[in-house]
Design a binder for this molecule. Structure first.
Ligand code: SAH
Ligand code: SF4
Length: 414
């Protein structure tokens, strides 16, 4: 979501005549788009801002940290300008004003949503994010998003379709729909699966449609069936688990039980051919005992994820869980995280091996940084694979997986 916001802000500045540079040395203005989901990301952003101020740059802090801390962030980070997540529309005015008067200021107004639409595709780009929803009303007790991104609002389906058509006319063939809880998308007429169908039926050049993230509490059979019957909807579901124990899930306010989650994941595996399922897991949430942690491992064993983001619980100021009494110590969190990663990796390997000697269509994303002389791309179920040789990003190649290197399948083109 931040990556996409950065791109929209970048375009707005370029349209105004600002020149982009990758060189920190030559930049006069440094924009830092911040994340508040975990503490470490916040600390890094603040440190970087101070560092840049020491080099006499103009520093603009954007994103969730800016929204959450507002005025206070001006002094903590020494930044010149702080702009919250729903005030980006004003960025040019604020910058010009700062250039003229030099007044430091924080602005965290709610100027409505989706003001910054993406209209111009970069040379050679084939994939784009598209916002469908902003904010979140779920208030999971560990999470800062409802406080930094505001109330959940869905964007009008026709407005989304219009943007997607403009993107495909400029060469985009893959879109990723963005929202914190895409399954609760509703614009007054269209629900999430209606939106998926609308995009599928009314696009000409789009070949792949992805979305992130659904929330297991709101995922419907209608969506699962829409994906299973589709030629464009990528066979990949990111289904954030967070924890396996019902006690912890309740304390997190996630709205589903372990049993419901497993049933849903296995139904997805049953109904969507070759689907891949990935997840997010937090270890060391307050009150998590060894037994609770083993419940998480048990879900991993049942679902066998194709990929996972795994985190140590990070206490976020202003969230209910930060006030929970029994916080888990760092050492225990570290140990549980290592054990979890080992478990998840074993199943990832088991799942990857099932790909051997099978044919896949791979959408090339670019050159592999790790394997020299190879390109990297994604299968239709969103698994990263490498292919020998160089292909133009956006090309679709077909081949057979003949080897698994680390976790990465290697595709052989006949
Ligand atoms: N809307 C998505 C999650 C968005 S935040 C969902 O409902 O799942 C992305 C991920 O960051 C979360 O899935 C969670 O695993 C992690 N995360 C959020 N808050 C966290 C915290 N306080 N500590 C550790 N991880 C956290
Ligand atoms: Fe945070 Fe996701 Fe829960 Fe919303 S649904 S509060 S974004 S974890």
């Amino acid at each position: 979501m931040n990556e996409h916001d950065s791109e929209l802000i970048r375009q707005k500045l370029i349209n105004q005549g600002y020149i982009e540079t990758n060189s920190e040395k030559h930049a006069e203005i440094i924009l830092i788009n911040t994340c508040s989901v975990r503490k470490k990301a916040e600390e890094k952003a603040i440190q970087y801002s101070r560092q840049m101020k020491n080099k006499n740059k103009t520093v603009v802090m954007l994103g969730c940290l800016a929204q959450h801390k507002g005025q206070e962030l001006l002094s903590i980070s020494k930044a010149d300008i702080v702009i919250g997540t729903r005030s980006y529309e004003k960025i040019i005015d604020i910058l010009l004003d700062f250039e003229k008067k030099g007044t430091k200021r924080a602005i965290c107004e709610d100027l409505g949503i989706f003001q910054l639409k993406r209209r111009k595709v970069r040379e050679g780009e084939f994939s784009s994010y598209v916002n469908i929803q902003q904010g979140c009303d779920n208030f999971c007790t560990f999470c800062v998003v409802p406080y930094t991104r505001g109330r959940e609002t869905s964007r009008n389906a026709y407005d989304i379709l219009e943007e997607v058509i403009e993107l495909e006319e400029q060469g985009i063939i893959e879109i990723t729909l963005l929202g914190q809880n895409v399954d609760s998308y509703f614009d007054g007429k269209y629900d999430f699966s209606d939106l998926l169908k609308l995009l599928e039926d009314n696009t000409k050049y789009i070949k792949r449609i992805k979305f992130t993230s659904p929330n297991p509490r709101d995922m419907t059979m209608k969506v699962i069936k829409t994906i299973s019957n589709s030629e464009k909807l990528v066979r990949w579901i990111h289904l954030p688990l967070q924890a396996g124990s019902n006690k912890i899930l309740r304390k997190m306010n996630r709205g589903y039980t372990k049993e419901e989650y497993i049933y849903q994941a296995l139904t997805i595996r049953d109904l969507i051919k070759d689907v891949s399922i990935t997840t997010d897991i937090i270890v060391g949430f307050p009150y998590e005992t060894e037994e609770d942690f083993y419940e998480t491992l048990d879900v991993v064993k049942n679902v066998k994820y194709d990929g996972a983001y795994m985190f140590k619980y990070s206490k976020r100021e202003g969230t209910p869980a930060s006030l929970f009494k029994e916080q888990v110590d760092e050492e225990t969190k570290g140990r549980r995280l290592r054990e979890l990663i080992e478990n998840v990796n074993n199943y990832i390997m088991e799942r990857r091996k099932l790909m051997l000697n099978r044919e896949y269509e791979v959408l090339i994303e670019g050159e592999s940084k790790k394997d020299i002389g190879y390109s990297v791309g994604k299968t239709f179920n969103n698994i990263s694979v490498v292919v020998k040789g160089f292909f133009k990003p956006g090309t679709i190649v077909k081949g057979i997986v003949k080897e698994i290197r680390g976790h990465t399948p290697v595709l052989n083109i006949a």
